[in-house]
Design a protein. Structure first.
Length: 319
């Protein structure tokens, strides 16, 4: 996508009063250039239903000026969709991922804002040499793998990743997290987990994580590594679930004993230092603990996050 095309998308969105994440619009346009983001109002609540009924399940729609606590639904949809609400400052208010057709009511949260309906990121794949179907390894697959092979629940591992992402990426008390955030101060880290990309001949942290993701994919029968993850040059090129998949695989292949953490024999601070950061520097522990204290005061739900180490039973798209 060219800069001119991105600018046109931004101009069109602004003209419609859209104040959410432009990254979502860029990604949708890149996946399906023929799919124009449609715009609706409170008086036109059919959303993507007519498009799905007509066979166009790749369309997106942005509803502007949606009142507080307005329910949305996926009745009549043909495929799962993602639903996100942003307030007038562009902050994420509510996020539902891969919502299946037929859901009667989804609360869109407080504050007037813009609700975006987009196609869910579906698991893609191909066929192995024997003609058997394969799927790309996703964050959900890796959470299930960690639960089965290291202990505890898939939700436990998701919440662990959430807590570390908050420390690495969030600007506390502002509701601000970014898939493309660059390291504050000009360092080489990018994305939710601030994987470093140094551009040197030796492998950097991002390339190491990519290799570990590929390695883990090889020990999971019926799965292949996601080509989008493998060809990316930095974390900012990946969507949220792909960044989580990379983080999980990096933990699995890393030096931290995940079974000890799952059993409560290692705290999340040591897991972060040993399994993700790699090298402990003076002040790292203090910084992580400050982040955890901030998380207790902050409302993690506004980021779509949960506090690490807590068991959850509700499904992934309910947040």
């Amino acid at each position: 996508m060219t800069n001119a095309q991105r600018r046109q998308i931004i101009n069109d969105a602004k003209a419609q009063g859209y104040q959410g994440s432009y990254v979502d619009l860029f990604r949708q346009a890149a996946m399906n250039p023929e799919s124009v983001v449609r715009h609706g109002t409170q008086a036109s609540m059919d959303g993507l239903r007519p498009a799905h009924q007509a066979g166009n399940t790749e369309a997106s729609m942005a509803f502007t000026d949606v009142p507080p606590n307005t329910p949305f639904n996926t009745v009549g949809m043909k495929k799962p969709i993602d639903i996100k609400k942003y307030d007038r400052q562009g902050h994420l208010v509510k996020s539902y991922e891969s919502v299946p057709p037929g859901i009667q009511s989804l609360d869109t949260g407080p504050n007037t804002g813009t609700v975006i309906e987009t196609p869910a990121r579906m698991q893609e794949g191909g066929f192995d040499e024997s003609g058997n179907p394969v799927a790309y390894v996703s964050a959900v697959d890796l959470e299930n793998y960690m639960s089965k092979n290291r202990g505890n629940t898939p939700e436990f591992w998701k919440a662990t990743a959430d807590t570390i992402a908050y420390h690495e990426n969030a600007i506390p008390m502002t509701g601000s997290m970014s898939l493309t955030r660059k390291q504050i101060g000009g360092g080489p880290g990018t994305g939710l987990f601030q994987f470093e990309t140094k551009g040197k001949s030796d492998k950097d942290a991002f390339e190491t994580a990519q290799q570990r993701y590929e390695n883990v994919s090889e020990i999971m029968p019926g799965f292949l590594p996601d080509p989008a993850i493998m060809r990316a040059k930095n974390a900012a090129e990946l969507d949220k679930e792909q960044q989580y998949a990379l983080f999980h695989a990096n933990l699995i292949e890393g030096p931290a004993k995940l079974a000890d953490y799952a059993d409560g024999k290692m705290d999340i601070e040591d897991l972060w230092l040993k399994g993700h950061k790699g090298v402990e520097k003076k002040g790292d522990r203090e910084s992580f603990n400050e982040s955890r204290q901030a998380a207790k005061k902050d409302d993690l739900k506004k980021y779509g996050l949960r506090s690490g180490g807590v068991r959850y039973s509700n499904s992934r798209y309910k947040r």
